[in-house]
Design a protein around this ligand. Structure first.
Ligand SMILES: Nc1ncnc2c1ncn2[C@@H]1O[C@H](COP(=O)(O)OP(=O)(O)OP(=O)(O)O)[C@@H](O)[C@H]1O
Ligand SMILES: [Mg+2]
Length: 239
């Protein structure tokens, strides 16, 4: 399989200390990798660096064989979309949130409208497209922010605990929908979560980050063993 994203010797440090240091990490075309690890391990910082939103202190990131640098950063960023735990919607209508994101990326008005409506429908929020985003429930807001990410038709998707604030029924229905969509689109995704039960819905592989290092990366079975669902309380970053 061909890696769509490759990070080499990637490191970020501030004046006080190192936040992460990863010798090698890759995401193949069409694969979803879950990234887990305790609070403060460096997952979000690593994800934002791979999404080219944070600058690394050193190291390189290649997208489709092209090394990211000042000359192509904007272009490469436009191939990516990020969804966070908080939906970060603009104070405008649900539809407006999607069309604005698309217009910023230069989509013609008609295309933007059609694509926005299509993705709102797929994520089950098409019927509330004229509602103000600030009035949405948590689940609706998260569906809207996923629809916005997919409407951008990214090659790479980054999800940072996107279901963290949702109740279980809402989370499960969203996980089911998202799992199917990722497979249909053959999307390449990095997915950070603290809830291991979410992993098999979306990802085939899991990477474990601890104190800024990727300690393990392998199939879900290699990382969690056979009794995956029974091992929720187990700490995979412990030796
Ligand atoms: N902009 C920043 N400047 C300095 N330190 C930072 C910055 N962002 C994060 N950190 C520190 O880097 C470490 C890793 O933070 P990060 O948010 O990446 O962890 P995380 O694994 O995502 O944690 P969580 O599971 O709680 O979301 C933390 O100790 C945090 O305080
Ligand atoms: Mg985080």
């Amino acid at each position: 399989m061909k890696p769509l994203l490759v990070a080499r010797n990637l490191r970020r440090a501030d004046s006080a200390r190192e936040i992460f240091s990863v010798d090698y990490f890759s995401l193949n075309q069409g694969e979803t990798i879950a990234l887990i690890g305790p609070n403060g391990a460096g997952k979000t910082t690593f994800l934002l660096t791979l999404a080219l939103l944070h600058q690394p202190t050193s190291g390189s990131i290649e997208i489709d064989g092209v090394t990211a640098g000042p000359n192509n950063l904007l272009h490469l960023r436009r191939r990516m979309a990020v969804v966070f735990q908080e939906s970060l919607l603009l104070d405008m209508s649900v539809l407006g949130n999607l069309t604005t994101a698309l217009r910023i990326r230069q989509a013609p008005r008609k295309t933007a409208l059609a694509r926005a409506q299509k993705w709102l429908d797929i994520f089950g929020v098409g019927h509330i497209s004229s509602q103000q985003a600030r009035l949405l429930s948590g689940g609706e807001a998260q569906r809207t922010s996923l629809a916005r990410a997919f409407a951008l038709e990214p090659d790479l998707l980054f999800l940072d605990e996107p279901f963290g604030s949702l109740d279980y029924p809402t989370r499960n229905s969203l996980l089911n929908d998202l799992g199917k969509i990722l497979k249909q689109l053959n999307m390449t995704t990095l997915f950070v979560t603290h809830d291991y039960t979410e992993i098999p819905f979306l990802a085939e592989k899991t990477a474990v980050m601890y104190e800024g290092r990727i300690k393990k990366c392998g199939s879900n079975q290699e990382i969690f063993g056979h009794d995956f669902f029974q091992r929720n309380l187990w700490s995979p970053w412990a030796d």
